[in-house]
Design a protein around this ligand. Structure first.
Ligand SMILES: [Zn+2]
Length: 265
């Protein structure tokens, strides 16, 4: 088990400053969130960013850009652009020896659009990324995103999505998203088995995706963490708190997870 702080809470700031601020609050691993001004046009600044980030002695994971971005949108030009930014995220991750890369599947932006078509596009894109990743060897993880209205996947469809994918493809469960959508958090993790490699951890009231600190919401963390740890694989735990959250909440969350889940395993 390793604990990460997501850069989401500092979106818009300069990347190097964000990382330094998270380190000042105890970060040992940081999930870079490639959105906002700091990450604009990041492929052109790749070498400069990599050298600044490697100089900081922390581990990294990489979250693909997601704001204004939909991998399975109904326009082919947009889909191609999204796929390219995902490829560049994998390149960056490999230069940072990232511990995982989080991929969003896209979502259904209007009820008139077909979720079947969206899932088919997601599948095609993920397989293309798997091929691209052959040269980079990154730990690619698919995240559950969206509300019941916008998510391309029901719980069963998400569990089955990677069934015939190569074994190295894995899942990240965003526990807050799963809670809002009423997924069964007692059984979900075991159903994902060996492919479950990471969690996004944040709290909410079961209605709004607040990305709140651990202690602020209706989720039963003792039960959730027991269920998530029981399959026995190594899990990366990412505290993904909302923009503007006080950074002290990250330090508290990390202390809770360390006490609850034990030392690194
Ligand atoms: Zn998430």
């Amino acid at each position: 088990m390793e604990i990460f702080y997501s850069e989401l809470c500092l979106i818009g700031g300069a990347v190097e400053d964000n990382v330094d601020r998270l380190i000042a609050y105890g970060a040992e691993n940081i999930e870079l969130m490639l959105d906002g001004t700091g990450w604009n046009d990041f492929p052109r600044r790749m070498e400069e960013l990599v050298s600044a980030l490697r100089a900081r002695k922390v581990g990294y994971s990489v979250h693909v850009p997601v704001w204004d971005i939909n991998l399975t949108c109904g326009n082919a030009h947009v889909r191609d652009a999204v796929l390219e930014t995902y490829r560049q995220s994998i390149v960056l991750a490999s230069k940072l020896d990232a511990k995982h890369v989080v991929l969003h599947t896209g979502w259904c932006s209007d009820p008139h659009f077909s979720k079947d078509e969206g899932r088919a596009r997601a599948r095609e894109a993920m397989l293309a990324l798997h091929d691209f990743n052959a040269g980079y060897g990154q730990n690619l993880l698919v995240e559950n995103v969206g509300t019941n209205a916008t998510s391309l996947f029901t719980e069963d469809q998400f569990v089955e999505f990677l069934n015939d994918f190569p074994e190295d493809f894995g899942y990240l469960v965003d526990v807050g998203h799963a809670f809002i959508n009423g997924w069964n958090l007692d059984t979900l993790f075991a159903r994902l088995g060996k492919r479950l490699r990471a969690l996004h951890i944040h709290n909410n009231d079961g209605i709004k995706d607040r990305h709140a600190p651990l202690a602020e919401g209706n989720m039963d963390w003792n039960a959730i963490l027991d269920a998530a740890m029981s399959p026995g694989g190594k899990l990366n735990l990412v505290l993904e708190y909302n923009i503007g959250t006080e950074l002290e909440r990250l330090r508290e969350g990390k202390a809770f997870l360390e006490a609850r889940c034990g030392a690194k395993r």
